[in-house]
Design a protein around this ligand. Sequence first.
Ligand SMILES: Nc1ncnc2c1ncn2[C@@H]1O[C@H](COP(=O)(O)OP(=O)(O)O)[C@@H](O)[C@H]1O
Ligand SMILES: [Mg+2]
Length: 290
Amino acid sequence: MGDCLAAGFSLGLKHFSQKASALIVPKNVVLMKIAISGKGGVGKTLLASLLCQTFAEAGYSVIAIDADPDANLAATLTFPHPERITPLSGMKELIKERTGAEPGKNATFFRLNPKVDDLPEKYSQEHNGIRLMVMGKIKKGGSGCYCPENALLQALISHLLLERNEVVILDMEAGVEHLGRGTAKAVDKLIIVVEPSRRSTETASRINKLAQDIGLANIALVGNKIRSQPDRKFLASALPNFEFLGFIPYDQAVVEADQTGQRLASQPVITEVRNIYQALLSSAQVSGAR
Ligand SMILES: Nc1ncnc2c1ncn2[C@@H]1O[C@H](COP(=O)(O)OP(=O)(O)O)[C@@H](O)[C@H]1O
Ligand SMILES: [Mg+2]
């Protein structure tokens, strides 16, 4: 935690920045980089949005990254007019300017390390103290897939994970496509969300394997849409070798908040996410995260 924290303290914890001194760094300040994955529909965006809110309410500077092509983090964070946000992958001029090649075309030469450090300030939106960036679609095809838009998005994610002095929460799809070997190490925790269904646990095992392949070792699960004790038992026994950070109950209020666009007010869900937040902070302190 030491050096990095001292340098980044005033940015990372905005409520305390004025009094902060580089020499007096509270031991419990952890600027976590959290990635969230899992099968479509399990509740990744719900968890991402509630973790953003919990960190922001605790005084942290938070940047939320919607890296799921099926993007809905802006809506869940109740941003006004989420439909008006242009994902970065759709900003053709920007991609061309930074990489030297037009997206969508089969370019032979383009910059693999484009300048990205100014993008979070220029292309993020802020609402309720949370900054959001929407990535858009990334082209698939593993490490062999080089194209200008992927180069820009991956450079940006790498920058956000490795060089930003703030909490970063990455809402991903059912994989780890946005992370490479270099950036995987910067992820303090990959959370795989599971619901009590066989397909969701199978997807979790697949994501776990992909994550291990790129050297991402800090993996934990969160059970969501839990209706009963048997639901909990099903998940624990289907995935016995994993740490569970918590079990979020199924609550009709989540569905209603989604339908009305209102901020979620379900106490059982919010309380469990606070417990998950505490478990994340404790594990980061044990492992010495920034
Ligand atoms: N704990 C829960 N209780 C009830 N409904 C939930 C819960 N978690 C998620 N949902 C609902 O399930 C759907 C998918 O959730 P979402 O967070 O968008 O999943 P993902 O991002 O993994 O695709 C949404 O309609 C959401 O309102
Ligand atoms: Mg989602």
